[in-house]
Design a protein around this ligand. Sequence first.
Ligand code: ADP
Ligand code: MG
Length: 473
Amino acid sequence: MPYNGAEVQQLDVSVSDDYIEVIDDINVKGRHGGRRNAQDSASDSDHKSQSDQDGSDCNHNDSTYLSDDQYSEESDGVEDICPEVQEEIDQFMKSFHKLDFHYKIVGKTGEGTFSSVYKAIDLRYDRYINDWDLDERTSEFHSPRSKRQRLHHSKEKRVKYVAIKKIYVTSSPQRIHNELELLKDLSGSKNVVSLITAFRHLDQVIAIMPYFRHVDFRDYFRKLEIPDIQLYMRSLFTALKFVHAKGILHRDIKPTNFLYDCSKGRGVLVDFGLAERESDDGTCSCINSANGFRKESKQNSSALGGYPKNDQRPSKRANRAGTRGFRAPEVLFKCNAQTTKIDVWSAGVILLTFLSKRFPFFNSPDDIDAVIEMATVFGRVRMRVCAALHGATFETAIPTITEKGHSLGRIVEWATARNKDNPLTSQEKAALEFLEATLELDHRKRLSASQALQQPFLTQIDPDVSDDEVETI
Ligand SMILES: Nc1ncnc2c1ncn2[C@@H]1O[C@H](COP(=O)(O)OP(=O)(O)O)[C@@H](O)[C@H]1O
Ligand SMILES: [Mg+2]
């Protein structure tokens, strides 16, 4: 029986020692760490020589290889490849020697800032116990098959897709290492991507992950009804609860990093490229220094409409990684002890996008403009208090920024052109109540992911749309 679960401790796992190596200093729990069955018991380097002899694996005559019409099921359009992408895929396959031993790329599923991601068939899936395949494990658990069904099932050729993330070679080794290491720690949730394995060939690293069917956010964000939005948010907060429970901040929550399948009402959080471990105590040191800064702020208030010429204060540095429009106020105010609450803010921005039907909702080119955008909504008073929390000051002479700002309900009414005949529904008002608690400027008062999951907006979901897939940790 195929076995696939041991941890990779040593570098005896390369498909070809001189060409492809599994990332050696990370204990990837995946297909390459395991003892093989009789059929597959040779080491990977043995595989190379064996396949070199008969040529079968490299020529896709493997028993798990499927003809084109067999893998058309579960098609999501990714396989419609234009000539340029096909050329890119061919180049990639050629440059990453022996990749076709394991995978057949059938399309390109995405491109981010740091990578290209391809959809591929896992040619050797059946030779391993695939711990990463939670769908398979759950279906086996929930619907024990009869002996006849099991026999039939074992004869079926299962098409298993994976996502191959080709991380651009310009990414720093530390960044790549960090992403793979965190991914490895995050296995076990249906709402968070996991790592199957990883390869390196020269300076090119690729991560292999389960493939998730999803729909482009722009195609559905205006169409979702409130119960569908509830499902989306519950799925997202379930993912966040899992990630945060491991002491990890994602740092880049946004629609393209949450792959949502509208037909299943399930989403999966991906892209841990900017993620980091939460600092030990998470205490915001800015708060302790805030009083001093407040005094200074008063002295500087004569500078309203300008800024001090010879500002002697040392400039503040903090991690600002993330995507513009989704950064929490404490990131913009350069707080040095950012917590998992920054992800909750970004999730709140996604909810605001759904309710306002505007994407992107915040669209500033830089952090200064982002603060101004935020102030336009929340007003001067609340922004001053928030800035002071992080040892900063907030002053502006922009006349359109009012003292009190606007309620999020008012913003949504404007954005969706409501009038007396078309007021906000009770469902929308419930969504707004939840939104206020996630878009709370003070991170200490903002809901945690775990608290969010206990709010009526996420617990009272219409049973007709709910799949009751909430995960317990
Ligand atoms: N496991 C996956 N299954 C399906 N598509 C994926 C998967 N991982 C990533 N993608 C697609 O690739 C895109 C880029 O991946 P991501 O990990 O966000 O890379 P980057 O770090 O470059 O932003 C995603 O927005 C998504 O469309
Ligand atoms: Mg991304």
